[in-house]
Design a protein around this ligand. Structure first.
Ligand SMILES: [Zn+2]
Length: 1000
């Protein structure tokens, strides 16, 4: 230990004693010597750590993380998490790409310690202490260790050829806090929690490596080496950018020097140590003055030369980030801040104390955001050492808030989101960096698939890990900042930082600190917005001018689920005259000190993440004061606050009866979705010389509990149905769709209910009218695991037609189980389906029966799609190619039969189907075998089967060729072409929007 470390050590110990009576935290001080072998990509090291028990508890064991073991095989928590997202390297990849830690031998005072691997996670071990460690005592434990460095394409620790990212690499005690031990397996999605202490690390490696690391470099020859590199890089940049390499050509690895060097780093008051080594790095050095203490901090940028074009101004980004974060939260307490260029798999960048690694950035703008974000983690992760695995928002979310502030402060007129969405096409105009979070959160919330901010990292869906934990947290604290005012908010952040720096704040500590310094009750934030998915929606109710007192009274109503503060802005033409904040309330009012305002708006600056903003504006001049002017745009776009956005697109279509159709679709399905949605798509039918088309409308509710989404809607369809010009059908199908469950933990299972009605009129043969009405209810249960899928559908339906002479009541169950039998490079599934259905009510006055109401062993033909659920080119065809189009329901035999009566039942049917994707390339070929049992139209029970080959292009198109069939069906090879069956699924607007797919 050098003098400075000793001083800091005492400062640290004494600062602990100043904290409240109840708070304590452990301390771990490391001394590590490590040597890099860049031929075998291994580390050999010796570590000694001092563990200080500051807790009141006597410890008989110490949990230690051995995180390199996460890369050992396909069974680790990391491997399982990666496999679930389709990354197979640890399960099936080459042995040389995997990693691990071994040669461990924990000792204390020259005595071997008993230790064991955790039975579930091999990247955690438990050391049993020979003598229990009492509160206030300390113990020194040492071990040698060797690390096999995995491929850098898997996660955070790794190498890409001879470029090294040495992170989460040494044996490291888990945190022991008021909740007990916190041992956690290494994960990609889900970060860390570590004890504060000091590091003294010596790294030995070939002399021509350039290293970026945690801590202050103590080796004077290496300091000189880096200074010289920085000087030479700076002078070379303009010329270098003119060369081929400077414009993006790859930089080759130089041979490793035969000479070795040992470089030493020390650092106190940090909870991790990482280092990055590459022989190609260009180096830039800078300096930034701290806003409060005026202390100087050295900044370093290390990057591969072919990325110079983006990295040339990296020092500016590091300095500005360090400056603003210090200004808003508190001064950076360390001496150096470094950003290194590396190829990592865990997102765009990864943070470690003092040093951050940045993934490939595609532009300078992106690089600046990533550098500032990762440097910012020095505050939210590094200094405020939260439990990232459990409360990821406390670092990622708070850091995203500061990142948003940074871009909005430095580039107030930025249009970052507009630039991201197809370079401003599709009318996503004037959307800035803050709106990235705003629009994406509100979009995901309207789909009913958001999760609470306070969700364990591993329980987030990958999409919500980004959009909720990072972005929603960022915008809800932006809302708090808007409410408190920037100056007050800075005070609140600085107070939190001062109180909790170099400690482990929990959410309740943060809330307590922020409520104390703001003087506000923040339950709307810390309870509603953080712990639940409750949505915000405020509404302008009334604007009343009082001529006598010369004031304007604005009544607002909280029509959402969060009792948060409301801001109301009053405008005279385009000039903002007055702004009033209303404290959290259900119904409130703002009294403006004048009259004659032309526009009153809730939250004009769009800093409140309201799910609906179209009820926020009152306009004096408009006929309907609360409806925004209409704006029609081509194709697709976002919903602007002050406009009613509609989108249109030309459409073409066609079917057997209408022939070619041309028309236009008008809809309001912009981003984010609105509760009320519609689409109208009239088309001109050239076949019938008449108008055809469809319309969809729906209203979405997002209840607090029990249902994730509840949607009422209706579809209207009008299309031709026969050869005559006046043959057509019109159907109206109202429905209620609900996704059951709460928006909490991500689950592999999902449930939904669909209730659908039908009102349908068919006009056929020049005037024959058939009116049908009915309804069905269906329950759907879904399991979605990486290698297993299961779906079960229960359905009951009732229908009547032909002036109520015909009636159908049917119940059915269909279950599909899919198993991925080939899991490696070629993924192939085997699918088993079972169906049972019964027409419990079947009445018809027609002597031939009602073929529409029959169950078909082949799956429903167009005319058997009674509730008009599918799109169909030849809905009413009984012969010809379009009659060979069948749905995957009922008996689902993968063959066709020309005679409608064969394979039909008016009573009951059971069937099972086996479909195997063949292990050949491409993966579109399959084989099927179908078995069926049913009562035929004459009342005889039939047992049938068929088998053959199929071609499936995704789930849209399938063509099936039978090769064998039961004699009941007659001779297969007579008119063989007509025995081929196909499926075609073209449902564009689908009620469920297949939410279960998005959830997994
Ligand atoms: Zn981050």
């Amino acid at each position: 230990m050098n003098k400075k470390t000793i001083y800091l050590f005492f400062a640290l110990v004494s600062s602990f004693q100043l904290v409240g009576q109840n708070y304590w935290q452990q301390e771990v001080n490391y001394n590590i010597q490590v040597k890099l072998n860049d031929k075998t990509h291994t580390l050999s090291a010796f570590e000694e750590f001092e563990y200080v028990n500051n807790s009141p508890t006597t410890l008989d064991r110490i949990y230690v993380h051995l995180w390199p073991n996460a890369y050992r095989n396909g069974k680790t928590a990391l491997a399982k998490q990666k496999y679930a997202t389709g990354e197979k390297e640890l399960k099936f990849g080459k042995e040389e790409n995997k990693g691990g830690i071994d040669s461990l031998d924990f000792q204390s005072n020259g005595q071997k310690l008993k230790w064991d691997y955790d039975p579930i996670n091999g990247d955690i071990c438990v050391i049993t202490l020979t003598t229990p460690l009492k509160g206030g005592e300390r113990i020194r434990i040492s071990t040698p260790f060797k690390v096999k460095i995995p491929s850098g394409e898997i996660s955070r620790l790794g190498h890409i050829e001879e470029s090294y990212q040495i992170t989460q690499w040494y044996p490291k005690p888990a945190v022991f806090d008021k909740n007990g031990w916190n041992p956690i397996p290494y994960l990609n999605q889900g970060e860390f929690y570590s004890e504060f202490g000091s590091f003294d690390v010596s790294i030995t490696l070939p002399k021509n490596y350039i290293v970026g690391a945690t801590g202050d470099l103590q080796t004077s020859s290496e300091i000189k080496f880096l200074d010289n590199l920085a000087k030479s890089t700076e002078g070379k940049i303009p010329d270098f950018l003119m060369t081929k390499q400077g414009r993006g050509g790859k930089t080759a690895f130089p041979a490793s020097s035969d000479e070795w060097k040992t470089i030493r780093y020390t650092q106190s008051r940090v909870h991790d140590f990482a280092w990055f080594a590459d022989k190609r790095f260009a180096v830039l050095k800078g300096e930034v003055e701290m806003p409060k203490s005026k202390r100087k901090v050295t900044s370093w940028a290390m990057f591969v030369p072919h990325n110079t074009i983006n990295w040339q101004h990296a020092i500016e980004y590091i300095n500005d980030g360090t400056y603003y974060y210090s200004l808003w939260n508190g001064d950076y307490p360390y001496n150096q801040v470094t950003a290194v260029d590396g190829t990592i798999s865990a997102g765009g960048g990864m943070e470690y104390p003092n040093v951050t690694v940045i993934g490939n950035a595609s532009s300078k703008e992106e690089l600046e955001v990533v550098i500032v974000h990762e440097v910012g983690h020095n505050w939210f992760y590094g200094i405020l050492g939260t439990n990232e695995r459990v409360h990821g928002w406390m670092d990622e979310g708070m850091n995203t808030l500061n990142e948003m502030r940074y871009i909005q402060t430095k580039y107030p007129n930025n249009t970052r989101l507009s630039d991201m969405v197809a370079n401003g096409k599709f009318h996503f105009n004037d959307l800035n960096h803050h709106d990235v979070g705003d629009v994406s959160y509100r979009a995901i919330a309207m789909l009913g698939i958001d999760q609470p901010i306070e969700t364990h990292s591993a329980d987030f869906t990958p999409i919500n890990y980004g959009l909720i934990m990072y972005q929603k947290t960022g915008i809800v604290f932006f809302y708090l900042m808007d409410y408190l005012g920037e100056e007050k908010f800075n005070e609140v952040m600085r107070a939190y930082y001062e109180e909790w720096k170099f400690k482990h704040p929990q959410p309740e500590d943060m809330r307590k600190s922020m409520e104390a310094s703001s003087g506000k009750n923040l339950s709307w934030l810390f309870e509603d917005l953080i712990q639940t998915t409750n949505h915000i929606d405020f509404k302008i109710q009334k604007v009343i001018k009082d001529k006598q007192t010369n004031t304007t009274l604005v009544k607002v109503k909280n029509v959402g689920q969060v009792n948060g503060p409301i801001v109301v802005n009053a405008f005279r033409d385009t000039v903002l005259v007055e702004t009033i904040w209303i404290e959290p309330t259900k119904k409130g009012q703002a009294v403006f000190s004048s009259t004659g305002y032309t526009r009153i708006t809730i939250d004009n600056s769009k800093n409140i993440p309201e799910i609906v903003r179209s009820n926020n504006t009152w306009t004096k001049k408009a006929l309907f004061h609360k409806i925004e002017p209409l704006k029609m745009e081509f194709l697709f776009g976002d919903h602007e606050t002050s406009k009613t956005n509609l989108f249109w697109t030309p459409t073409i279509g066609g079917n057997v009866y209408d022939g070619f159709m041309i028309g236009a679709a008008v809809h309001n399905m912009g981003v984010p979705f609105k509760p009320f949605q519609f689409l109208i798509a009239p088309q001109f039918s050239f076949g019938r010389k008449n108008i055809a088309g469809l319309a969809e409308l729906s209203y979405t509710f997002l209840p607090k509990t029990c249902l994730k989404i509840s949607k009422f809607g209706a579809s209207v369809k009008n299309f031709g149905s026969g050869s005559e010009r006046i043959d057509f059908f019109t159907s109206v199908t109202p429905y209620w769709f609900a996704q059951l469950g709460n928006r909490g933990k991500a689950k592999a299972t999902s449930h939904s209910v669909l209730l659908q009605g039908l009102l349908r009129q068919d006009l056929n043969f020049g005037g024959l009218v058939n009116i049908q009405q009915g309804a069905f209810v269906s329950y759907n249960y879904n399991v979605n695991l990486p290698d297993h899928r299961f779906n079960m559908n229960l359905r009951g339906e009732y229908l009547q037609g032909r002036q109520r002479f015909d009636q159908l009541g049917r119940i059915s169950i269909a279950a599909i189980y899919k198993y991925k039998y080939l899991k490696n490079k070629m993924e192939r599934w085997i699918e088993l389906r079972a169906f049972a259905g019964s027409n419990i009510l079947y009445k018809t006055q027609s002597p031939q029966g009602n073929s529409n109401y029959e169950l078909s062993i082949f799956g429903a033909r167009g005319y058997q799609d009674l509730f008009v659920e599918d799109y169909n080119f030849g809905r009413f065809e009984t012969t010809g190619i379009w009659s060979q189009n069948r749905q995957d329901n009922f008996g689902n035999f993968h063959a066709n039969n020309i005679d409608m009566a064969i394979g039909s039942s008016s009573s009951w049917m059971a069937a099972s189907n086996l479909y195997i994707q063949l292990p050949v390339k491409p993966g579109i070929f399959g084989a099927f075998a179908d078995f069926g049992l049913f009562e035929d139209l004459s009342g005889t029970t039939q047992t049938v089967m068929n088998a053959g080959l199929g071609v499936k292009l995704s789930n849209t198109l399938g063509v099936f060729f039978p090769l064998y069939q039961s004699s009941y069906f007659g001779d297969l090879f007579t008119n063989y072409g007509q025995k081929i069956r196909f499926t075609l699924k073209l449902n564009i607007v689908n009620k469920g929007l297949n939410i279960s797919n998005l959830l997994n």
